[in-house]
Design a protein. Structure first.
Length: 318
């Protein structure tokens, strides 16, 4: 048989490598007893990747004692238990750590090993920011709402039918849904980068869009781009303009002070609205709503020299 007939050409080379790494496993093992977000999200993530690659998910078991034959060479993927490369229950000086020094737990270790081909570099970096919060809670016991939600799915001490295996399966299913939405959002944000790169309607530092896309996060290191506008999805027919943040997370510019806090309840609303076409301005000065895009454009043409440049925290201390 021609071996090339077995190759799935719909997958990238990186994805094919990932597929070859994962199809070697026919058993998955993680610890028994009380379950936590760490191993639950790890399992859910692996299910997503296996599904995406078109692979059947291996048989999974929960064990606290890992025998000598339960090795990767023998088709076992073991995490969060057993002292192997996907465990993290070690002294602080022996833990595997991210470049910023934060320790990995099983979730982060598995995602790091099995993401290339499934996530691009941007998607992985953004996803790991979220994974890191789960890892941190599992390593330190610090409170995390998402981790607590998973922990609450364990049977209570006085539960009359404490079938923990059913509970953990339900928790993994819930975590899989959460991860699906999280990755969908990250991938959607990444597509917004192309929207910014192809934007044509740019005036006085404002990128004007005819539909909403979260382009602000990609404007931080672009000189000369300070705001982005799009139709409001809250006030239908209106047009929002929002300040972009710089690389330090500070708004690049703010709307002039006299408009901040403007709303239909403001005593001077009619005066400012008729002059500006503005129907709302956040008290913080970082966003405003206008009658339409053309009104917003006229405002920026007239007032572009009046916008405030916020002080940096370091500058404020001086």
């Amino acid at each position: 048989m021609n071996n090339s007939a077995l190759i799935d050409y719909s997958l990238s080379n990186e994805a094919l490598i990932l597929k070859s790494k994962l199809e070697r496993y026919d058993h998955i093992i993680f610890h028994s007893g009380v379950f936590h977000a760490d191993e639950v999200f790890t399992s859910a993530y692996l299910m997503l990747v296996y599904d995406w690659l078109g692979l059947p998910f291996p048989k999974w078991e929960r064990k606290n004692v890992i025998s000598d034959e339960m090795t990767e060479q023998n088709g076992y993927l073991v995490y969060d238990v057993g002292g192997g490369r996907f465990d993290h229950h070690f002294r602080e000086e022996l833990k595997q750590r991210r470049p910023d020094g934060s320790p990995y737990a099983a979730f982060g270790l598995i995602v790091r090993e099995f993401h290339d081909g499934f996530l691009n570099d941007y998607e992985y970096q953004e996803f790991d920011k979220w994974v890191k919060t789960i890892d941190y809670t599992d390593n330190t016991g610090a409170y995390n709402g998402i981790s607590d939600e998973i922990s609450c799915m364990n049977p209570t001490w006085d539960c009359p039918d404490p079938n923990i295996n059913i509970r953990v399966a339900l928790a993994i299913s819930k975590a899989k849904d959460t991860l699906s939405y999280k990755l969908e959002r990250i991938r959607s944000d990444y597509r917004a980068k192309a929207v910014l790169e192809n934007a044509q309607d740019i005036e006085y530092g404002v990128v004007y869009l005819d539909y909403y896309a979260p382009i602000g996060k990609f404007m931080s290191d672009v000189d000369g781009l300070e705001f982005y506008g799009s139709p409001s999805n809250r006030d239908i027919g209106k047009y929002n303009v929002i300040a972009a943040k710089d690389t330090d997370g500070v708004n690049k510019k703010l709307f002039p002070d006299k408009y901040r806090g403007l709303s239909i309840k403001s005593p001077n609303f009619e005066e400012l609205h008729s002059e500006s076409g503005m129907t709302f301005c956040h008290p913080g000065g970082f966003m405003a709503t206008f009658n339409n895009k053309e009104t917003a454009k006229r405002f920026f043409i007239k007032h572009h020299n009046e916008f405030e440049i916020p002080e940096k925290k370091e500058e404020a201390k001086e």
